[in-house]
Design a protein around this ligand. Sequence first.
Ligand code: GAL
Length: 634
Amino acid sequence: MTKRALGVCYYPEHWPEDQWAADAVRMAETGLTWVRIGEFAWSRLEPRPGDLRFDWLDRAIDTLGGAGLKVVLGTPTATPPRWMLDKHPDMLAVDAQGHPRKFGSRRHYCFSHPGYLEECRRIVTLLAERYGANPHVQAWQTDNEYGCHDTTLSFSKAARAAFRDWCARRYQSVDALNRAWGNVFWSMEYDSFDQLDLPNLTVTEPNPAHVLAFRRFSSDQVVRFNRAQAEILRAHTDAPLIHNYMGRVLDFDHFDVGADLDIASWDSYPIGFLSDRLEASPDHKARFLRQGDPDCQAFHHDLYRAVGRGRLWVMEQQPGPVNWAPFNPAPLPGMARLWAWEAFAHGAEAVCYFRWRQAPFAQEQQHAGLLRPDSEAAPALAEAAQVARGLRDLPDTAPAPAPIALIFDYASAWAWTAQPQGADFDYFHLVFAAYRAARRSGLNIDILPAETADLSKYAVVLAPGLMTISDTLKAALAGFDGQALIGPRSGLKTPEMSIAVPLGPALPGLDCTVSLVESLPPGTQVALETGEHFVHWFEHLEGGAEVALHTNDGRPAIMRRDGLHYMAGWPDDASFALRVHTLCRRAGLVPLDPPGDLRIRDTASHRFVFNYGPEPVDYDGATIPAAGVHWSAL
Ligand code: GAL
């Protein structure tokens, strides 16, 4: 059983100290349990190099803890203070155009800068020594949103030096690197690792193998940076270590970062994401303007539950309008409640609203909180209190098994960014389309990493867009007796970003080869015999395997052996839903197919139904209002 709790993000350094106690009491009265603090406070902890001022943080932690709140303490390394630049002028991240990112916001550091890493080790050690055993500090957050504001990739001198070392370790000899990347092409061969540069500012596109290597390296730099903090914290505390990941940020391998932490959390801004980050029709964006996309939150809960090896939080939950999307409408009444329950139904142990009080100053002054800048209640405060009351009746629920699995792989996202081949071929877009299709069934979904060795718990497995299919996954598929849908664009490349020869997908026992790929511009499509379409992408299939679905003009669209299917294209939404539905039926599952804009998630004991639509829907004997949540015991 997992205990569920609510929390909030708080910045004591933003408010007069005589306000802290009243804030803490009001948080507790609202029913909040957790309070996250500290993650941007470096300039107040160390206003000048070596001038440490932790006394105010001692008092803040005492005040919050004294009110019964549990503190999540953030390390402040996402916001190096201004003096840091004087000490380390070359610590700035450098963009692909070669411009250093400037001071004046946040995240301006380069992950590869050795001097900055040392400064981070120093401040984290000081915090860990001082608060590691503090009874009020019951969890730690490392840094804040790795990758936010496009900061994973840095084209600095420090990154170049570290990339050369990384390549020397990976390839051992420069000849091996030349062979792996195919550098004989265009006379790109190197004589030594010292000649290697980063893949920016080339005349035309750089070698995609070079780009992929740089992406893998950049991801490893995030892992290394996070690990440095995790190791220090571990030596001083038994409290769980957490990072707050983002929505649709794939620039580093979250599974690798997560391996050094105890819980994966993410920052959920449903309305901002729909406006800013998701492909969707204008009608879809209009319909869900004030609710957010009905599948986006669930997708990330499922993804990060996997990254956290079962342990999930939402560290920041949108409470009202945000400030950073192109347009920032207010949520429908009820959404701040719905989003929290949806997270809990997906296994979240805690949901923390961002933030306690709206700041009247600086970049996020237009970002809502639970309180207005004048300390009056903003609309989400009452919804948070309502969730807290609900948690008294339903304080814990065990997760239910999921019959459907979706494979997710960060390296594939990097591969298809390096070589989209079609301007709108995007890995997240494709995987999310598969997820949406699966979620229409109303059945639980698990997301799994690409190295998954055991699929036996699942009835249906989906694996779109995997650049390579590892031997581990192939072995799991060989022994899988459910229904698997692999492709499109899966298993066609080597790990070094060449075309696999013999040609892929080379699935166990499936006589099916991709002989040619083509991308389809917007407005064009390949018609299927069932009346739907492939869009964006189509592959020509050869081989003796059974054709399970044809295109309208008689070419293979899906080939299969028993339950193992390879799909030649990117189905439109209707077709994707039909494909998954058919597989579920073949696997003996009974899709629930909820009507309207209802979405379902089961826990071991309850069925939760969420109405993302702007009008009420009748379902299973209940009327679920717009933005409403309904649960019943199973
Ligand atoms: C997150 C970030 C917070 C705050 C918030 C605003 O990306 O972690 O610090 O900026 O967005 O929505």
